[in-house]
Design a protein around this ligand. Structure first.
Ligand code: HEC
Ligand code: HEC
Ligand code: HEC
Length: 134
C-alpha cells in the first residue's frame, strides 16, 4: 500500500471516532446545571408533612394537565373543590392554591421552566402574589 492510502485510512478512522463519541463530549462543560428548586417558603416551612397536592413524582410529571383540568372544571363546570388521592381538599386555583405554598414563583416554577424551556402564558392574566420574604 502507498503511504497516502494509510493517511486516508487514519483520517477516516479519526472522523469515525469523533463522530461516534460526539454525543459524549459535545456539551461537556457547556450544559446548564440542573436548577436548584427553592422549597423554603413560609407555608411549606410550617407544614408538618411537606406534601404537594399529589405525590411529588405525579405533580412533577403532570402538574400541567392537573392545572388544565382544574381550569376547565372550575370555569366551565363551577366545580372549584379538588379532593386529592389522600383525601385532602384544595381549591382549584393557580394563584389561590399553588402559589400560596409555592409563594416563590421565580425561585421555584420559573427556575424549572427556564431550565426546560417552558413558557407558561398563564401569568399575563393570573396574579402572582408578592413573594414573601423569608
Ligand atoms: C387570557 C387570560 C387568561 C390566561 C392566559 C389564563 N387564564 Fe386561567 N383564568 C382566566 C380567567 C378569567 C379565569 C376565571 C377566574 C374565576 O372564575 O375565578 C381563569 C381561571 C383559571 C383557573 C381556576 C380558578 C383560579 O383561581 O385559578 C385555573 C386553575 C386556571 N385559570 C389556570 C390557568 C393556567 C394553568 C393557565 C396557563 C396555562 C391560564 N389559566 C391562563 C384567565 C386566563
Ligand atoms: C399545601 C402546599 C402545596 C400546594 C398547595 C402545592 N404544592 Fe407543590 N409542593 C409542595 C411541597 C411541600 C413539595 C415538595 C414535596 C417533596 O419534596 O416531596 C412540592 C413539590 C412540587 C413539585 C415538584 C418539585 C420537584 O422536586 O420536582 C412541583 C412541580 C409542584 N410542587 C408544583 C405545584 C403546583 C403546580 C401546584 C398547584 C396545582 C402545587 N405544587 C401546589 C407543596 C405544595
Ligand atoms: C421540576 C420542574 C418544574 C417545576 C418545579 C414546575 N414546573 Fe411547570 N412545567 C415543567 C415542565 C417540564 C413542563 C412542560 C413543558 C412542555 O411540555 O413543554 C411544565 C409546564 C407547565 C405548564 C403548562 C405550560 C403550557 O404552556 O401549557 C404550567 C401551567 C406549569 N408548568 C405551571 C407550573 C407552576 C405554577 C409551577 C410552580 C408552582 C410549576 N409549573 C413548577 C416543569 C416544572
Amino acid at each position: 500500500m502507498k503511504k497516502g492510502k494509510w493517511g486516508l485510512i487514519i483520517f477516516g478512522l479519526v472522523i469515525f471516532i469523533v463522530g461516534v463519541t460526539f454525543p459524549v463530549w459535545y456539551g461537556a462543560g457547556t450544559s446548564a446545571p440542573a436548577p436548584v428548586l427553592d422549597m423554603d417558603t413560609p407555608v411549606i416551612k410550617s407544614m408538618p408533612n411537606k406534601k404537594c397536592v399529589e405525590d411529588t413524582a405525579f405533580i412533577r410529571a403532570h402538574h400541567m394537565k392537573l392545572l388544565d383540568a382544574w381550569r376547565d372544571e372550575a370555569v366551565r363546570d363551577g366545580h372549584r373543590e379538588y379532593t386529592a388521592k389522600d383525601g385532602r381538599r384544595f381549591e382549584k386555583s393557580l394563584t389561590g392554591t399553588c402559589l400560596q405554598c409555592h409563594s416563590n414563583k421565580s425561585a421555584f416554577c420559573d427556575r424549572c421552566h427556564n431550565y426546560v424551556g417552558a413558557k407558561p402564558s398563564c401569568f399575563s392574566c393570573h396574579i402572582v402574589p408578592e413573594e414573601v420574604k423569608k
